[in-house]
Design a protein around this ligand. Structure first.
Ligand code: HEC
Ligand code: HEC
Ligand code: HEC
Ligand code: HEC
Ligand code: HEC
Ligand code: HEC
Ligand code: HEC
Length: 422
């Protein structure tokens, strides 16, 4: 692999001499991020604007680029390889039994990885892992190509238990024929070119025209024009042909994140037609499934929950008030707590009622008391040998006082104090 990369690199370097830089830089990106297809034509977005690929952005925004490679956004979809698939293929660990006679075995042959269904010891169906969906923080779903259709493999990988499981939402039998929709890809890739009619189902996609991951150009718009402008205007510091969300209205900024973090929106326009700066309501009908906060699931609707919080309603807060999406911030609870204290402090006279008694212990972690982790009612899946569905746990964005969680955290604080005294 290393050698292959080197050969590819030197090939491109020698060709550079004869051709425009931009064109071929795009091709290298294509090779990195797409599987198959016509590598000489970079994909274009819904409106025909060309992508450049994040490798190219990295030339001038090196810092952001390198950090972004570590994010759940970037890793949320990839071509399936030994690296990107998180599950275990070792014998004994690579089986998901559906019954005494039916099982699915995860197996690799050379560079190809398969999910193979056995009935009474005989192979019934064998499909390849082509695409991984999910950074693997909670788990991964796997997809395969069947002509121009993309379908879901039966077995899912569940990170918390480090084991294979039946795909979320599946009944306890082997299913190979669930088609993947453009809306699913709209949340988990930067772009996927649909080639079937808008109404036709299941949908067809073009193999080489998928830009994997939630990458730079999902949030900033397709950037080939920006790249060629900045390359030829090196003296000019100012940016052209690219969108910085920070310069948009609050609603526009929220709409960008809500495209994927705004709950069950039903589309009124084709997937991938919404671009940064657009107004979400022109592309989706409002979510009417959750009438009050208690109905909003912690999975996939951070905006819905945040919108119910006083912090959000009484300020101009956006997601960027706490998140820097260019970095992997998972688990940085102290950093997030500092964001709270930008608005809540003794100085602002609106600090936590527990501050007087507990002081600095509290400052390091506002989060577990005011944004506790809760069970999702939407992501349910079966573990091997179980009839009861398991669930995923997620951070609630409904910021308020939670008496039960406070009790739990206080117990921990007391226990730690005792330990320190001893
Ligand atoms: C040839 C160098 C170059 C490349 C390649 C490049 N940029 Fe830029 N970009 C700049 C310069 C110069 C600026 C203006 C100064 C700054 O904000 O850093 C800029 C600014 C930006 C801004 C802020 C715009 C604003 O109005 O504040 C964003 C967002 C951006 N770039 C994204 C991207 C993305 C995404 C890519 C890849 C598709 C990319 N850039 C590729 C040079 C480049
Ligand atoms: C195109 C869809 C899309 C857009 C737009 C999007 N996200 Fe995400 N986001 C995702 C997906 C999918 C995940 C889950 C990735 C995974 O773990 O596989 C995610 C995960 C996250 C996470 C969790 C990261 C972690 O380490 O677990 C944060 C925080 C986040 N997004 C914030 C934002 C913010 C803020 C915005 C707006 C600036 C935004 N997202 C825009 C799709 C999107
Ligand atoms: C999930 C959405 C998302 C992704 C993916 C993303 N950005 Fe950003 N980017 C933003 C937001 C939001 C801002 C504005 C942040 C703020 O409010 O200050 C921003 C700001 C910027 C800026 C302006 C200067 C700065 O540092 O704030 C540049 C340059 C930039 N992004 C480049 C990139 C590049 C290059 C990539 C890919 C390696 C990338 N972005 C990926 C959402 C994203
Ligand atoms: C409306 C946008 C949206 C759609 C549609 C969507 N997802 Fe997600 N998905 C997310 C977001 C956001 C997250 C992470 C945060 C959360 O769960 O709230 C996520 C998380 C995941 C994860 C867990 C990733 C991890 O490791 O934490 C998997 C796997 C996944 N989605 C698969 C899929 C598949 C497969 C489809 C389509 C059949 C799909 N999703 C449809 C937005 C979406
Ligand atoms: C942009 C400013 C801002 C940020 C950031 C912010 N808040 Fe708030 N928050 C407010 C305002 C304004 C109120 C309502 C008035 C008040 O109580 O001061 C509020 C209210 C609250 C309340 C009372 C809620 C209720 O229903 O009575 C809690 C608890 C709270 N915030 C905790 C937090 C925590 C924890 C964080 C960080 C995760 C945070 N806030 C971040 C501005 C903010
Ligand atoms: C051990 C759990 C716990 C921790 C840690 C904690 N809080 Fe609280 N917080 C509470 C409880 C319980 C209340 C309500 C009782 C009270 O105010 O005395 C509260 C009240 C608040 C309020 C509402 C005050 C009002 O008068 O409406 C704010 C704002 C707040 N907390 C912010 C924070 C911030 C910011 C942090 C981190 C620096 C933090 N809290 C850490 C449990 C906690
Ligand atoms: C007041 C601060 C604050 C704001 C505003 C905020 N978040 Fe978060 N977010 C957090 C904290 C704290 C976490 C937990 C981080 C952790 O546990 O690693 C988190 C986690 C997440 C996660 C991962 C959830 C999980 O359990 O895996 C996603 C996705 C996310 N935020 C998206 C968003 C989006 C989208 C917005 C805007 C609608 C937003 N956040 C606004 C503080 C905030």
């Amino acid at each position: 692999m290393q050698l292959l990369k080197k050969i590819q690199k030197s090939f491109w370097v020698s060709i550079f001499v004869f051709a425009g830089t931009l064109f071929f830089a795009k091709c290298i990106e294509q090779q990195d991020k797409s599987i198959g297809g016509d590598r000489l034509k970079p994909p274009e977005d819904f409106k025909g604007k060309a992508f450049a690929g994040s490798v190219v952005c990295g030339e001038c925004h090196k810092d952001i680029y390198e950090k972004h490679l570590q994010t759940a956004h970037y890793l949320t979809s990839q071509p399936a390889t030994g690296n990107s698939i998180h599950g275990n293929f070792d014998s004994g660990k690579n089986v998901f039994p559906y019954s005494d006679s039916i099982k699915v075995v995860m197996q690799h042959e050379g560079n190809d990885y398969f999910q193979i269904e056995y009935v009474n010891g005989l192979v019934k169906r064998k499909e390849r892992f082509d695409i991984t969906v999910g950074s693997g923080k909670k788990g991964q779903t796997f997809l395969y190509w069947n002509a121009a259709k993309i379908l879901q493999l039966p077995v899912f990988y569940y990170t918390d238990y480090a084991e294979w499981a039946n795909s979320p939402g599946y009944p306890g039998r082997v299913i190979y024929n669930r088609p993947i929709t453009s809306r699913c890809l709209e949340c988990h890739t930067t772009f996927a070119k649909k080639i079937s009619d808008e109404q036709a189902e299941p949908e067809d996609f073009e193999k080489g025209k998928i830009v994997f991951g939630v990458d730079c150009e999902r949030c900033h718009g397709a950037g080939a024009d920006h790249v060629s402008f900045q390359r030829t205007h090196k003296d000019k510091g100012e940016a052209r042909f690219i969108t910085n969300p920070a310069k948009l209205s609050r609603l526009q900024q929220l709409d960008l994140c809500a495209l994927c973090h705004g709950g069950k929106l039903s589309k009124t326009k084709p997937s991938f037609s919404f671009q940064v700066g657009d107004s979400l309501k022109d592309f989706f009908a409002a979510d009417t499934s959750a009438q009050n906060v208690a109905d909003i699931d912690v999975h996939g609707n951070q905006l819905g929950l945040l919108s119910a919080s006083k912090c959000f309603r009484m300020t101009e807060m956006t997601c960027s008030s706490c998140h820097n999406t260019h970095e992997n911030e998972t688990g940085k609870i102290e950093m997030f707590s500092k964001k709270c204290m930008a608005c809540h402090s003794t100085g602002h006279n609106n600090f936590c009622g527990l501050m007087k008694t507990y002081g600095a212990v509290i400052e390091a972690n506002c989060i577990d008391c005011h944004m506790p982790v809760q069970a999702s009612k939407a992501i349910l899946f079966l573990r091997a040998g179980s009839n009861e569905p398991s669930t995923a746990f997620m951070r609630s964005h409904y910021i308020k006082v939670y008496p039960f969680e406070t009790k739990k955290v206080m117990q921990l604080i007391h226990a730690n104090k005792k330990k320190d005294k001893k």
